[in-house]
Ligand binder design. Sequence first.
Ligand code: NAP
Length: 308
Amino acid sequence: MNSSIYDIIIVGGGPAGLTAGLYASRARLKTLLIEKIALGGQVTKSEQIENYPGFEEGISGFQLIQNLEKQAKGFGLTVETGDVQAIVSLHKNKKTLKVQDREFHCKALIIATGSESNALGVEGEDTLLGRGVSYCATCDGAFFRDREVAVVGGGDAAVEEALFLTRLVKKVHIIHRRDELRAIKILQERALAHEKIAFIWNTVVEKIEGENSVEALKLKNIKEDRAFSLSVEGVFIYVGLRPNTTWLKNRLPLTEQGFIETDHGMETSLPGVFAAGDVRHKLLRQIATAVGDGSTAAFAAEKYLDSL
Ligand code: NAP
């Protein structure tokens, strides 16, 4: 049992949470950030970020998070590792969180738990995970040097990671369920022009096959209703993200997809409870918008504390 009360507790240590931590600590508020595994979230899966303002040569996700962590801790942010399982109570002056067998208390709460990769939900995906199936090209790409791999999806993540993989592998097949990419134009142009990238359009993965590791994908062209097979040794799945909000069910109103609604000050429908970053229902999910959310949430939380 941890009986001291923090001014602000932030749940989640990606760019939104760390920025909220930086702003709150710099405002001299007693602030704790609780992160489940390692700081960074989805960002650490990015080998090179080239659209975060101020870094003209780009910056790796890992480096950006290291810088942010150092900066926030420099202003006094406390970071704890722990899996926040539930909100126990939500009083105006005291909100209680259950973190494994401990309880933490705060006056204002900022939820920045981000999102995680969607699974395809096909046979072989679970059993061959780590043996050819991956959700992170930056982490696992090097295992497939000079091999042939597939990337599933047509969004920014799929195309960006396919481009990253071309530096390592022999060939990348991008398998997309439509005949048009969702990714932004600059990524589309690069991928469409890349000699190591081949596109398989209007196609879905039905099964991932292999004895001990991935050997082939069973595919289906949904326009022509035609099944076929593709020999690859790796498959990287980038079919969107889902918010990490299951622990908030029945506590906080969520959208149909599980995102948190907030007002312009990042406050949820519960007074003193704020949300920031990818976990929030919003138009654009980027590091630039996450840090904006984080700073706004910390500022609004400070105003909430003033009002108590
Ligand atoms: P996303 O934008 O939601 O794209 C998901 C892709 O997967 C779409 O092409 C979608 O097809 C496809 N898909 C979804 N479910 C599928 C299924 N069951 N089977 C086959 N394909 C399926 O997700 P994301 O690429 O992970 O990006 C998430 C967010 O992060 C976005 O807001 C994105 O802009 C942002 N992001 C930004 C950057 C960057 O700025 N550098 C990098 C990575 C991510 P349809 O197109 O047919 O729907």
